[in-house]
Write a protein that binds this ligand. Structure first.
Ligand SMILES: NC(=O)c1ccc[n+]([C@@H]2O[C@H](COP(=O)([O-])OP(=O)(O)OC[C@H]3O[C@@H](n4cnc5c(N)ncnc54)[C@H](OP(=O)(O)O)[C@@H]3O)[C@@H](O)[C@H]2O)c1
Length: 347
């Protein structure tokens, strides 16, 4: 499996990470262990979790797996704190973060996290307090690299500027929702990441299941699917049940048929090949889904296919100031492509 640099660090992480939000929830412990084994056997090196997933069970399951199997140095583990920790208080204050990190380390049976995400902006806490706390956690050896998730462009730029002016650790990664149906980060967050060499890791690369083609217009989502169990989960069924979604799905199906691949492969390959993206965590309820998604690791789109998908899924009706200039984000993101993406596109 291809590996990419994690921003400005020496660390490299695999282009497909293992998303573990289903562990302890839709996926029981036995199948979670199987997913972890399969992922590592196939050369995967990056495991993504959070303290709030399944009330801490996701971290516990991974911790138990690490205790039984051991953790190779090649594997990097990322967890997150800020929202609904199993115990203690939510937020990014000094007290909350220190408590959350210690609790996550205990649950996962590790001494340190390779990557620790603050799961989202905390308006109740002075951002400098959060950054100083993260710096102290790095100094204490409990976190190796810091990162953020679910922040806006100005928030991320402020984090970078404050970290730089106070000599504190700067974020090396940013995790955001990014897929063919959700491209909002291209306006501010992705350019900010490119400008600061911050690696983008992606959540919901299949738009929570929409890009598998399992949801259809005017049809109640089937039981035992994410939206069948909760139609309001994530962006919700109604939000994505639009003509734009079905246009993208039709094009994905054409490309998938041309290559004799499942529809998920061009969807994942698009996300993997976007500028700045270092790793795409694949989330799966079942072992079968995971195996199908990991098989996308050797699939790359042609430049023409990338362009067709990018056009079909273009952001609609941009507000000012994004509609004022020809290039909405003020940065030709293709110009800053590294050799990695160029190589992918040539395949
Ligand atoms: N930072 C954040 O705020 C944040 C937020 C969300 C997720 N994440 C991370 O990102 C990871 C991925 O997010 P996600 O789970 O939303 O990703 P996703 O790939 O968009 O959706 C995964 C879901 O789609 C369905 N699916 C996946 N592969 C399939 C296949 N081959 N055939 C049929 N259905 C398939 C399964 O749901 P059903 O079978 O249940 O329908 C699966 O649970 C998470 O595990 C987590 O690590 C981070």
């Amino acid at each position: 499996m291809q590996r990419n640099p994690l921003g400005k660090t020496e660390i490299s992480i695999s282009s497909l990470a293992l998303g573990t939000m289903t562990f302890g929830a839709e996926t029981n412990k036995v199948d979670s262990f199987r997913q972890l084994d399969i992922y590592v056997d196939q050369g995967g090196t990056h495991i993504d979790t959070a303290d709030g997933y399944a009330g801490g069970k996701s971290e516990e399951i991974i911790g138990e797996w690490i205790s039984q199997r051991g953790k190779s140095h090649a594997i990097t583990i990322a967890t997150k704190g800020r929202f609904s920790p199993p115990e203690g208080s939510a937020g990014a204050s000094r007290r909350s973060l220190i408590h959350s990190v210690d609790a996550s380390l205990r649950r996962m049976n590790v001494d340190a996290f390779d990557l620790y995400y603050v799961h989202g902006w905390d308006p109740q806490t002075d951002i400098l307090e959060t950054l100083q706390t993260l710096g102290d956690l790095v100094d204490a050896g409990k976190i190796k690299q810091i990162s953020w998730s679910n922040v806006s462009g100005w928030q991320l730029q402020k984090i970078v500027a404050l970290a730089s002016s106070h000599g504190l650790p700067s974020p090396v990664a940013l995790q955001a929702q990014y897929n063919l149906l959700e491209r909002g980060i291209e306006l501010e967050v992705l350019p900010c990441c490119l400008e600061n060499n911050i690696a983008v890791t992606v959540w919901s690369p299949l738009a929570g299941g929409w890009l598998t083609g399992k949801y259809a217009a005017n049809e109640r989502p089937a039981d035992h699917t994410r939206l069948g169990e909760d139609p309001d989960r994530g962006d919700g069924y109604d939000y994505r049940n639009t003509e734009r979604t079905y246009t993208v799905l039709r094009l994905l199906q054409v490309i998938a048929n041309d290559h004799n691949r499942p529809i998920t492969h061009p969807a994942l390959a698009w996300a993997v090949s976007r500028p700045g993206v270092a790793s795409v965590p694949v989330g799966a309820r079942t072992v079968k889904q995971l195996e199908a998604n990991l098989a996308a690791a050797d699939f790359f789109l042609s430049q023409e296919e990338m362009s067709m998908l990018t056009q079909a899924s273009a952001l609609e009706a941009l507000p000012y100031p994004y509609n004022f200039l020809e290039d909405p984000c003020g940065m030709d993101i293709w110009k800053v492509l590294g050799t990695r993406q160029v190589r992918n596109l040539a395949n």
